[in-house]
Design a protein around this ligand. Structure first.
Ligand code: ZN
Ligand code: ZN
Ligand code: FE
Length: 756
């Protein structure tokens, strides 16, 4: 008997070749009907013999195309429409939050073959793609995902491309971004002033410039990179000088896995991660004989490595003799990654020697994603190209929530319909350009999902850009969420654990309701509430100069010494005190004594800074977390016991910090090597806090501990913490998909607001 069914499929089904897949399947079973994209996914109407419809329905979720991810299939009876044959309909409009935007994807094998095949009409064409690969999120203005909704709408298809696009048997059937030399975008080489350099092959000429040590700005998928030959230390140093980026590690793009293996230790799992079609930057442990410039990641044990992720990158790599390029985001200091050609030329004057641009517009700015290996997998450090928007099931009901994240490493989150959508990394919101990008990201995310938020969550800090933005919105309920609570809730949300838990939040800085700078916190909390108990925290001490202390770790060293030894600390025979000008030390001491511009802090990040400075590491910090990363790199790998630091449950919530610094200073005075001191310090923190967690957990009858905050990017500390907590029978929740740093805050804020 002939029947008709109406089928709704939600998930990552647009821009993945899902409609052609449905088409093929319907043909196979001789069914008639239609398939179309909607803003809530894909909707299918089929008609035919009941038996064949049943086969069609059972096969549908079994063999979807590689990029597709089906979340839900809803089937209903429908009335017969007597369709002739099966067809793909142009998009209809529906509303909802069901569609997931598919990620930008590295060229597939077939496209790579064609790219390198001299007989193919797309031979050497840097924008080759198909249904299974190519740009997606970064070119989409709005859903449903169809060519007119992308920045490819400016490129009408030529005859041959059109017939591929329209042929259901072609692997480019309905591939929205397809193009060729004749009808699609092109690449152009521009000189330092933005004037076109007339060359036959801009890509090979770009390769020549790189080989000659020049700094090249290259337009990628989500923005511009600055590139130099990674073997050429002079070029790398010159890039650092021009970009005013003295120490912060630079990422490297290498030709292939073999080249990556020459740089860093890569096991089978990491190989798979590097080859993931979303092509993240992976922070890998450097080989002892690191063959590239030492200027790439000075003083660090890890280097960020990625493989080429566009056909253009593959083509450039063929022209770079060493097969390795430094690739760092092109941006002005404190501003987001540059995405437009004009912006690049004006913004990179004096920095880039030449520009390799193209005329396909980038819609959504997107930095490269960064992952860090950890036990049993990896942990996200930055969500960007390929990984954002990150979608997580969060079974909370209530009105749609927009959460605005923090001030540093900002990202935003939309929570509605039981799902959280985390945006790409926006960056630090300290410049007007960054705030503009932040607002654009919010609008893009809300438009893509057709959601109008009713509740807006933001950080408790009164001066954050997010707080100001929330206050400016008419007709919404706003909710301020404490920074460290948001950290812990982000970890709970990603682990689908509603609490209550003991949350260990270790980071640089977050505003406390007592106006102190928090950062070494033990909280008791659960999701769906902005309330929490501050069960314990590092005892307060002065942070002389406020933010300046975060950039100058020696200030925190002096403050901690003063706190631990009193004014006589000056007489300690510590290398750091010898190296510091006595006037500086005296000046800082007076500030602390008189409490001038000395906010109180319980920050774990600042404690790491102090210990790093005492161990002879950077007295100046040029990027957030530098001291903690360098301290980890320095720390001896053998296992060491911590300093005997006692704490008294009666003194809670205060955990005295002075004994930790006394242990470190006395060890240094006894001439222990700084590497051993660093290891003992990390062990001390892990022992001390697992003891406190055990006490708090027992008091509140809790079995789980959640670890969050940027300090947990320190792998050794995380490892020790997990080991110690497990030993006392506690279960530990950690991050993997969501960054532990401020990039994950928005998720935690959303989860705190969801119940209100
Ligand atoms: Zn392809
Ligand atoms: Zn064409
Ligand atoms: Fe934080």
């Amino acid at each position: 008997s002939v029947k008709a069914k109406h089928i709704e499929v939600s998930g990552q089904v647009q821009g993945t070749g899902f409609r052609p897949y449905v088409f093929g399947l319907a043909q196979q079973y001789g069914l008639s009907g239609t398939v179309r994209n909607t803003t809530s996914g894909v909707c299918i109407h089929v008609e035919g013999p009941e038996f064949f419809i049943r086969s069609f329905l059972s096969e549908l979720p079994e063999t979807p195309p590689p990029l597709a991810r089906i979340e839900k299939v809803l089937v209903e009876d429908a009335s017969l429409e007597r369709e002739k044959g099966f067809s793909i309909k142009t998009s209809g409009i529906a509303s909802g939050l069901g569609t997931l935007v598919s990620p930008d994807t590295a060229p597939c094998e077939k496209c790579m073959e064609e790219l390198l095949d001299p007989t193919n009409r797309r031979y050497g064409y840097p924008f080759i793609n198909c249904t299974h690969c190519g740009p997606r999120f970064t070119i989409i203005h709005e859903l449903p995902y169809d060519r007119p909704g992308t920045s490819m709408r400016d490129f009408p298809l030529c005859g041959p491309c059109r017939s591929e696009y329209e042929n259901p048997r072609d692997r480019r059937f309905h591939a929205q971004p397809i193009a060729c030399e004749k009808c699609g975008p092109g690449v152009f080489l521009l000189d330092a002033h933005g004037k076109t350099i007339p060359v036959a092959d801009p890509i090979s000429e770009a390769g020549n410039l790189l080989a000659a040590g020049k700094v090249l700005a290259i337009k990628g998928l989500g923005g511009f990179h600055l590139a130099v030959d990674a073997r050429n230390s002079r070029a790398v140093s010159e890039l650092r000088r021009r970009k005013n980026r003295p120490r912060k590690p630079l990422a490297v793009m290498v030709e292939d896995i073999a080249r990556a293996e020459s740089l860093a230790r890569i096991n089978g799992h990491l190989q798979k991660t590097l080859l993931d079609r979303r092509r993240p930057i992976v922070l890998l442990e450097k080989n002892s004989g690191f063959p590239l410039s030492p200027e790439i990641a000075p003083g660090l044990s890890r280097v960020g490595v990625m493989l080429p992720y566009t056909p253009l990158h593959h083509l450039i790599m063929n022209h770079v003799p060493g097969g390795a390029l430094v690739m760092t985001s092109a941006n002005k200091p404190g501003e987001p990654i540059i995405k437009d050609n004009d912006e690049a030329i004006s913004g990179m004057t004096g920095i880039a020697d030449a520009f390799l641009v193209n005329d396909r517009d980038i819609v959504a700015r997107c930095d490269d994603s960064v992952l860090m290996p950890r036990e049993g997998g990896e942990m996200a450090v930055r969500l960007g190209r390929g990984f954002a928007p990150l979608v997580l099931e969060v079974p909370l009901k209530g009105p749609a929530v927009l959460a605005l994240g923090g001030q540093q490493k900002n990202s935003v989150c939309l929570l509605a319909g039981g799902r959280a959508h985390l945006s790409q990394h926006v960056g630090d919101l300290d410049s007007p350009a960054a705030v503009k990008a932040f607002e654009h990201t919010i609008r893009h995310l809300c438009r893509l999902h057709g959601v109008r938020p009713e509740v807006v969550a933001h950080d408790l800090h009164p001066d954050y850009a997010g707080t100001r933005y929330a206050k400016s919105l008419p007709g919404v309920t706003t909710l301020a969420v404490q920074h460290h609570l948001a950290h812990i809730l982000s970890c709970l949300a990603e682990n689908k654990h509603h609490g209550p838990v003991v949350g260990l939040a270790f980071d640089g800085a977050g505003w406390g309701p007592d106006q102190a700078i928090w950062g070494g916190e033990v909280l008791v909390c659960r999701w769906g509430s902005p309330d929490f108990i501050r069960a314990a925290h590092l005892s307060y001490l002065a942070q002389p100069g406020g933010d300046a202390a975060a950039r100058e770790p020696w200030r925190m060293a002096v403050s901690h010494l003063f706190n631990a030894f009193g004014p006589d600390f000056k007489h300690l025979e510590l290398d750091l005190l010898h190296d510091l000008e006595p006037e500086k030390t005296a000046f800082l001491t007076r500030m602390i004594e008189k409490k001038v511009h000395c906010p109180q802090t319980s920050s774990m990040g600042r404690l790491f800074d102090a210990v790093a400075a005492l161990c002879g590491l950077s007295r100046f910090s040029t990027f957030e977390g530098q001291a903690a990363m360098e301290l980890e790199a320095l720390a001896d790998r053998d296992s060491h016991a911590g300093y005997p630091v006692s704490w008294d449950p009666g003194s809670l919530p205060e955990i005295p910090v002075a004994p930790i610094i006394q242990g470190v200073a006395e060890d240094l005075l006894e001439k222990s090597p700084p590497s051993v001191v660093a290891a003992r310090f990390q062990a001390t923190i892990a022992e001390l806090f697992s003891g406190v967690c055990g006490f708090v957990a027992e008091k509140h009858g809790i079995e789980h501990v959640a670890l969050s905050g940027g300090v947990f990017q320190n792998r050794q500390l995380t490892h020790l913490m997990i080991r110690n907590l497990s030993r006392i029978g506690l279960k530990v929740l950690t991050h993997s998909k969501v960054p532990p740093n401020d990039g994950g805050l928005c998720l935690g804020q959303a989860v705190a607001a969801a119940s209100t």
